[in-house]
Design a protein around this ligand. Structure first.
Ligand code: ADP
Length: 449
């Protein structure tokens, strides 16, 4: 096992990693920006190093400063969390060439999966079903037009280097196509520094189903079933759960196997997620692979009773998984709400500032992953996630009841949060019945509920 790990992240995920390290007996080094001096990850790590001013480019995205901090502190490995440098292949390479283990897959795997059209090509080779489309970069407008004759409308144009729900554009007709293509290209260049696009059939009202996998360096790969993340606002996930009401045991085995094959096909190592769309006829289509731990990993931890962070660190240190697919048993149901510092009634406008009052919910089946506390100041520079509230129950009904009472117990004052939004949403009949898809939230209004 490593003796010391540097955590190249902030917020709740930095804390989550520190917790895993402590339980593994590993020392931790936090890095932080000037805006995060009073953060809990700084307080709970064994050492903390300020790496620069608030803007990400000068701190959490600054590879040289982070590697220098790792060097000075004598860390043997770097955990990137999610976001920031987690899917940055160059950074992974820099870690390796500086003699440090990057906790994640090989740089080459990150690079291949980060290029969404390349990822699709590789998955097709591994026998994974994909959404019909360009199966590679769209070379020109004419190339697109020719494909559209076969695929039909609607289609979705996506940035090859896109992510985080951005860089996508739905196209409904040939007339719209040229304008949309040019706009999407310009947007992709501006947002991701890469104008390349690919094209996919737009699946009507699909569910977002993703499979958690874990792989060691010896070629052992297992899956931990699915998470359903269809409750999204503008392609951003707000509620995630495991298992999905739309997935039967047989379907779980089927996509689990597909995901494991996909991971084997790219020599995957560590924790990863393969995302699928599930259409109304029960067909799964590969969308992308996230080569890191995800925000919503706790729902899987709850229903499989495993610590995915500890496993991720153990396999990075060269340990074998130590368990097999048949040892992995699904038990119960878990739902996570992302509590963001946003005013949901005003178009989810960010609401940074001082938390004047803070009270966590508790009791049976409740877990909260949060870096916030009373008098914590939420800086305006980073994402707005303040807490992840996870409710576990023996079944979905009990999980919802616990989630509901926990949301009522959760007090955050001084800033606006999405707690009232979640309270309304989980009381909707569609949610209670599990009758929703990725377009559900954008179609309804909760304002008058
Ligand atoms: P990102 O990496 O930005 O999260 P994804 O490729 O994972 O992008 O897509 C995010 C969301 O966009 C999906 O969960 C789904 O709601 C929607 N989406 C993406 N591709 C399609 C498609 N071909 N048809 C319908 N919806 C799609």
């Amino acid at each position: 096992m490593f003796s010391k790990i540097l955590i190249a992240n902030r917020g709740e995920i930095a804390l989550r990693i520190i917790r895993a390290c402590k339980e593994l007996g590993v020392e931790t080094v936090a890095v932080h920006s000037e805006a995060d001096t009073d953060s809990l990850h700084v307080r709970f790590a064994d050492e903390a190093i300020c790496i620069g001013p608030a803007p990400g480019a000068q701190s959490y995205l600054n590879t040289v400063r982070i590697l220098t901090a790792a060097d000075i502190s004598g860390a043997e490995a770097i955990h990137p969390g999610y976001g920031f440098l987690a899917e940055n292949a160059e950074f992974a390479e820099m870690c390796t060439s500086n003699g440090m283990k990057f906790i994640g897959p090989q740089a080459e795997t990150i690079r291949m999966m980060g290029n969404k059209s390349k990822a699709k090509e590789l998955m097709i080779k591994a026998g994974v079903p994909v959404v019909p489309g360009s199966d590679g970069i769209l070379n020109s407008i004419d190339h697109g037009k020719a494909l559209l004759k076969d695929i039909g409308f609607p289609v979705i144009l996506k940035a090859v280097s896109g992510g985080g729900g951005r860089g996508m554009r739905i196209v409904n007709s040939m007339e719209e196509f040229v304008g949309s293509y040019q706009m999407a290209q310009a947007e992709a260049q501006g947002a991701f520094g890469d104008p390349n696009l690919y094209l996919e059939k737009y699946i009507q009202d699909p569910r977002h189903i993703e499979v958690q996998i874990m792989a060691d360096q010896k070629g052992n790969v297992v899956h931990f079933g699915e998470r359903e993340c269809s409750i999204q606002r503008r392609h951003q996930k707000l509620i995630e759960e495991a298992p999905s009401v739309a997935v039967t045991g047989e379907m779980r085995r089927h996509i689990g196997e597909i995901a494991v094959n996909g991971a084997l096909g790219v020599n995957y190592e560590g924790a990863g997620t393969i995302e699928f769309l599930l259409d109304k006829d029960g067909n799964f289509y590969f969308m992308e692979m996230n080569t890191r731990i995800q925000v919503e990993h706790p729902v899987t931890e709850m229903v499989y009773n495993r610590d995915l962070l500890k496993d991720q660190i153990r396999v990075a240190a060269g340990e074998v998984l130590g368990y097999k697919q048949k040892d992995i048993k699904l038990n119960g149901h878990a739902i996570e709400c992302r509590i963001n510092a946003e005013d949901w009634s005003r178009n989810f406008m960010p609401s940074p500032g001082d938390i004047t009052s803070f009270h966590l919910p508790g009791g049976p089946g409740i877990r909260v992953d949060s870096h916030a506390y009373q008098r914590y100041r939420i800086p305006p520079f980073y994402d707005s996630l303040v807490a992840k509230l996870i409710a576990y129950g023996k079944n979905r009904e009990e999980a919802i009841l616990r989630l509901s009472r926990a949301l009522d117990e959760f007090i955050i004052e001084g800033v606006k949060t999405t707690i009232p939004f979640h309270q309304k949403l989980i009381r909707r009949q569609e949610f209670i019945k599990g009758d929703f898809d990725t377009g559900f939230l954008d179609r309804i209004s909760l304002i008058n509920d």
